[in-house]
Design a protein. Sequence first.
Length: 235
Amino acid sequence: MGRGSSEAPKPNAKGAKTLKIALVSGSFEYKSDDSLSAFQKYLEANYSVECVLISAKAEKDTSLSGLEQLETCDVAVFFTRRLQIDGDSLEQVRKYVKSGKPIVGIRTASHGFQKWLEMDKNVFGGDYKGHFGAGAAEIHAIEKVKDHAILKDVKPFKTNGSLYKNPNVTDDVTVLLRGTMGKESEPVAWVREKDGRRVFYTSLGHPDDFKDENFTRLLVNGLAWATKTDFKPTK
């Protein structure tokens, strides 16, 4: 079933620990392939990590080639939207979840697999109920958790992505960031520790977000926290 979350990444030839990251892409509305490809280049250029990009070809496809690579990865990043995968492909996702290894979810991962929408509540601890209309939202940290490791060097910023509604996240999540647009305010990033696994989720992830260094830092910190790894720049 693959290595559990408690196992450390394997040392590379130079003795440094190399983290293997699966980037599962399939959010066509938000051009996840472009965003995750750029993020992969950034990660591999700056940290001791190895990424594998697993890309869906079409939302309606019932299978997704490459998901078997989840078994050899230390952490999975999901950025999919209503993929119709079923059978062995969906089972490979479920198998990874059952392994207890860490998970990071980006934006549409809350409704990433149409035939397993329960992943939102059961894994991420979310409560996706659609989104508000277009407009810029102000992103800011929750005061009482402002010193959380994931928020290190993350300054308040704006997003052009519509604000997702998550009115009733589960009681065992810790909300880190909220997004405010006019009178509306919603949680936009949180962590969850359950069954020995660490999960980080953010409803942010508009293409413009990936161009903001604060969002990139948020994701890097989220990966470091979820995997209990010290992400020190290689340069």
